[in-house]
Design a protein around this ligand. Structure first.
Ligand code: GAR
Length: 272
């Protein structure tokens, strides 16, 4: 997939919290280690510290009030104009698994309303990529369909575990509590499931005796910063190709001749 060969990508970065991944992208964009420009930062929480980081860097920020959207009751939802048919959307999503279809459709409708606001915020900035960086909300296929085309995927996520192990919101805790001897970080395209999309890159780190969740989080975060920026650069260079296995599953091939060197460097970094 080539988005803008030899050109800077326009990134929209979505956050929910501290924003150290955002900061790493800002720093790399500033000193030209990133082939991209961050054109907008949006958060689902007004108190996300990452918003301050973005403002300090002169990047426009927006808050989309997910909490109030998710509190709407069925009557409020019915009075709103939804941009999609919820039943149809429900057939393509794999993020909500409640048995009760009424509850599921209600939740889906609330998410779509929040996403409608989010899209209105992002659209004027014409992002090439949407990068989730600690954004703790599920994306529905409605949101994704506004950016993705068949095998041209444009929404990325950084996940703090070696997927497909430990999807969800507590990657470091789950890795540590399971007793893993190695942890990992994953950058992947977002698809209709929770942390199930095609993997772009992964890096692992050892878990030593005496480590705790905080020490492994710090080790992992240092890797997250490197791997996320590298994936953006590969996309900017047209070096991420999406293909399909016979099973139907999408996967990626990185065509950077330096791929092995870069992955070896991540391994070295994790050992020092
Ligand atoms: C990061 O560890 C990121 O991988 C994780 O949240 C943290 C955000 O930190 N994301 C998820 O768990 C997504 N499921 P940051 O705000 O300092 O970048």
């Amino acid at each position: 997939m080539t988005l803008r060969q030899n050109n800077k990508l326009r990134l929209a970065v979505l956050i929910s919290g501290g924003g150290t991944n955002l900061q790493a992208l800002i720093d790399r964009a500033r000193d030209a280690r990133l082939a991209a420009e961050i054109v907008v930062v949006a958060s689902d929480r007004a108190d996300a510290l990452g918003l301050v980081r973005a403002q300090r860097a002169g990047i426009p920020v927006h808050v989309v009030d997910y909490r109030s959207c998710l509190q709407r009751d069925a009557a409020q939802l019915a009075s709103q104009e939804l941009p999609v048919d919820l039943r149809q959307l429900d057939r393509t999503q794999n993020i909500l698994r409640q048995q009760d279809s009424k509850k599921r459709l209600l939740h889906l409708g609330r998410l779509v309303l929040a996403e409608k606001d989010l899209l209105a915020v992002l659209r004027p900035y014409r992002p090439d990529l949407v990068c989730l960086a600690g954004f703790m909300r599920l994306m529905t296929p409605y949101f994704l369909s506004q950016f993705n085309r068949e095998q041209e995927l444009r929404v990325l996520n950084i996940h703090p575990a070696m997927l497909p192990a430990f999807p969800g919101q507590h990657g470091y805790e789950d890795t540590f509590n399971y007793g893993c001897k190695w942890g990992g970080v994953t950058v992947h395209f977002v698809d209709e499931g929770e942390d199930t999309g095609p993997i772009i890159a992964q890096a692992g780190y050892p878990i030593w005796p005496g480590d705790d969740v905080e020490t492994i989080r710090q080790r992992g975060l240092q890797l997250e910063y490197e791997v996320y920026a590298q994936c953006v650069n590969w996309l900017a260079a047209g070096q991420v190709h999406v293909a399909r296995r016979a099973s139907g599953r999408l996967y990626t091939v990185i065509t950077d001749p330096l791929y092995r060197t870069i992955v070896s460097q991540w391994l070295q970094q994790s050992l020092t």
